[in-house]
Design a protein around this ligand. Sequence first.
Ligand SMILES: Nc1ncnc2c1ncn2[C@@H]1O[C@H](COP(=O)(O)OP(=O)(O)OP(=O)(O)O)[C@@H](O)[C@H]1O
Length: 298
Amino acid sequence: MTSTLTISALTKRFGAVTALKSVSFDVAPAERVALLGHNGAGKSTLIKTVLGLIAPSEGAVSVLGHKPGSPEARRQVAYLPENVAFHPALTGLEQLQHYLILRGENPRQAADLLARVGLQDAAKRRIGTYSKGMRQRVGLAQALIGHPRLLVLDEPTSGLDPVSRRRFYALLDELAADGASILLSSHALTEVEARTDRIVILSDGQLVSDGSLAELRRRADLPVALHITPHNGYASDIADHLPGAIRVGNALHLSCSQDDKLATLARVAELGDKVAELEVLPPSLEDIYSHFSGRTGQ
Ligand SMILES: Nc1ncnc2c1ncn2[C@@H]1O[C@H](COP(=O)(O)OP(=O)(O)OP(=O)(O)O)[C@@H](O)[C@H]1O
């Protein structure tokens, strides 16, 4: 199947700064790909290159076989920036009609587009009265003009509440089901985990990981944590039976590699009634992200 987006050995330098270092990946039709990375990792630079706003220093980008920024590519790509700005005095309907006219499309589509993003009831209200989530949805409605094959979304849900985020991703799911590809940048692995098919992680301009969350989890091979709550008086017995267990309050904490998980659980099972409760905690998404991005706390 022909890729919607192909990025081949893309390098971008700004003077002495190399913002992207030989980055390669594809986005297939109907695929939802999250682009993650710390501040300055190169996400915006990559997005700008895909949109044709800046040229690669080396390597190539192809959007449905076209050069980014070419009229053919622009017709098929839509972009939603992190902070969308609209004219506050225009209604949602007027703003959309204006964009449709600029794109040479029939302005009558405005009401349908607004309904698609759930803004039908607010269509005739001034955008100045919209919440951030509503403005973001106007942005998405604008991005839907002309049935783009690739949607490029730069931190589309930053500042949105959990319900608005869920609605936003539900709409992206519909678009992907219609065959559109989605490339969205984010800082939050937790947020994109269930909503994207693949996660690409950039770190200092390099692609450090590319795969589904399950693949990243396997590749990271981070330890599993076990939290054991002993029945009264058995903490010492359990600690003796499980070398490496550390007492934390009333519980005992233990960690083991993925490969040792079953053997460790078998050791815990040997303790029988001495154990009141057992919790098995796989590595968190943040742990996985930190592992690949080489950073913590982001
Ligand atoms: N026009 C420019 N001139 C010089 N350096 C730049 C330019 N644009 C980006 N850079 C540098 O390139 C690197 C990557 O920046 P970029 O904006 O792509 O990161 P990012 O991952 O989008 O970060 P953030 O999450 O903070 O938006 C940074 O070191 C940045 O300072």
